[in-house]
Ligand binder design. Structure first.
Ligand code: SF4
Ligand code: SF4
Length: 343
C-alpha cells in the first residue's frame, strides 16, 4: 500500500475561550485534559518534517488559547512546512502578532459565528466576541499570509448570511466561505445539533443560493447572455486508488491530537496509534492495521457518487459505521434535485 504523510494537522488543544453551540470538538472536560507540552509539539514537528510532511495545519479547539502558543509556533516554524493556522481571531494579542509578523504562516483561516456581539453572546457565550473577532482580523490582515474567512451558520444566524457577507466584504474585501454543514459532536464533544443546526433544506437552500450567486458574479456581464451555467458533479478522486477511510485520510493526511494520538481524520478517533509513545513514523506506519470497517449499506444507492457520507460522518451522526444518517441523506437528495432543476 502506497502511503505518504504529506498533509498534517496538529490539534494543539481542545480548549477554547468560546462555547459555540455547534462546535464538534470542545468537550466539557476540555479544561482538565492533559495536553502535549511545547517541547513535545516541537519534537513531533521535527519527526513529522523528517518523515516528509509538506503542509501543516495548526488548529484546536482554539490554538491561541494556549499560553505557550507563541513558543510552540516559533519552534515549529523553522522546520519549513507550508503552515496554516485556524483561529477564531478573538485572542490576537500583540505577542501573537509579533510572532506571526516575524514568521508569517502561508494561510490563516478565521471562522465567524455571527454578524454582531449579540450573536456571539447567544451562540458562543462571549458578549464582545464580534468586536474582538473584527479587531483580530484587522491585525491578521496586515500579515502577508493568505486570509480565509469562513462562516458557520446556525438556526439563529442562517437568515443573516447576506448581511454578514456584505459587512465582511465591505470591511475586508473578502467574501466569507460558507461552511454550512454541521455534524454531530465527535470524539466525546458536547455539542447538541438539535439546538442549533439548520435543517437539511435550509442548508441546501442557502448553500445553493450562494454558489449560484458567486458563479454568476464570476462571469462578466457582457458574456452572460452567451453562457449557460452548468453545475457539474463533484470531482472524483481518481488518483487515490487505495484508501483506508474512502478518502485521503490516513493515506496522505493525518492528525496528531492534543495528547499525541495519531488519527487519519480529526473527526474520527476509533482508529488510532500513538505518535507520542511510538514516535511519529512508527505510528504512521502502523496506522492501517488499526482500521477495520464493515461494509456499508449505502453500496447500492443511486446517489452514492455524489454523497458526502464517509465513515467519520456515519459514526458522528449515527454512532455506527453502518448507520445511514438522515441529515446527510436528505442534503444529498435535495442537492441532486437542485442540480437537475438548474440544468
Ligand atoms: S471527514 Fe470523512 S471524508 Fe473527511 S477526512 Fe474524515 S473520513 Fe475523510
Ligand atoms: S447517505 Fe443516503 S444519499 Fe448518501 S449514499 Fe447513503 S442512502 Fe445514498
Amino acid at each position: 500500500m502506497s502511503r505518504y504523510p504529506m498533509d498534517g494537522t496538529f490539534e494543539l488543544t481542545l480548549r477554547c475561550n468560546l462555547r459555540c453551540k455547534m462546535c464538534m470538538f470542545r468537550r466539557e472536560d476540555s479544561q482538565a485534559m492533559e495536553e502535549l507540552t511545547a517541547a513535545q509539539w516541537i519534537d513531533l514537528a521535527d519527526q513529522v518534517a523528517k518523515a516528509g510532511t509538506m503542509s501543516l495545519l495548526i488548529t484546536g479547539g482554539e490554538p491561541l488559547f494556549r499560553k505557550d502558543f507563541t513558543e510552540i509556533y516559533a519552534g515549529i516554524y523553522p522546520k519549513g512546512f507550508l503552515l496554516a493556522l485556524y483561529t477564531n481571531a478573538t485572542l490576537v494579542t500583540d505577542r501573537v502578532m509579533e510572532t506571526l509578523r516575524a514568521m508569517p504562516p502561508h494561510r490563516i483561516g478565521v471562522t465567524l459565528y455571527g454578524t454582531c456581539n449579540e450573536d456571539y453572546k447567544n451562540i458562543c457565550g462571549l458578549s464582545d466576541g464580534f468586536d474582538r473577532a473584527m479587531e483580530g482580523i484587522e491585525k491578521l490582515r496586515t500579515l502577508p499570509s493568505a486570509l480565509e474567512l469562513r462562516f458557520t451558520p446556525t438556526c439563529d444566524t442562517i437568515e443573516k448570511i447576506e448581511e454578514l457577507d456584505k459587512r465582511i466584504y465591505d470591511r475586508f474585501g473578502i467574501h466569507p466561505i460558507l461552511s454550512a454543514r454541521v455534524f454531530k459532536a465527535v470524539r466525546g464533544g458536547c455539542m447538541q445539533p438539535e439546538t442549533c443546526r439548520p435543517s437539511p433544506r435550509q442548508t441546501v437552500d442557502i448553500t445553493w443560493k450562494q454558489t449560484e450567486a458567486r458563479l454568476r458574479n464570476l462571469i462578466p456581464e457582457e458574456f452572460k447572455k452567451y453562457v449557460k451555467l452548468e453545475i457539474s458533479d463533484r470531482c472524483e478522486y481518481t488518483e487515490q486508488t487505495q484508501t483506508l477511510l474512502g478518502c485521503g485520510a490516513g493515506m496522505k493526511s493525518f492528525t496528531v491530537t492534543y495528547d499525541g494520538k495519531l488519527l487519519g481524520c480529526q473527526l474520527l478517533d476509533t482508529f488510532q496509534t500513538d505518535a507520542l509513545q511510538e514516535g511519529f513514523l512508527p505510528a504512521w506506519e502502523r496506522f492501517p492495521e488499526t482500521v477495520q470497517l464493515p461494509p456499508h449499506p449505502c453500496g447500492d444507492c443511486e446517489y452514492l457518487q455524489n454523497c458526502t457520507l464517509c465513515p467519520a460522518v456515519a459514526m458522528a451522526e449515527t454512532g455506527s459505521f453502518t448507520g445511514v444518517p438522515s441529515y446527510i441523506c436528505e442534503i444529498t437528495k435535495l442537492t441532486e434535485k437542485r442540480k437537475e432543476e438548474f440544468r
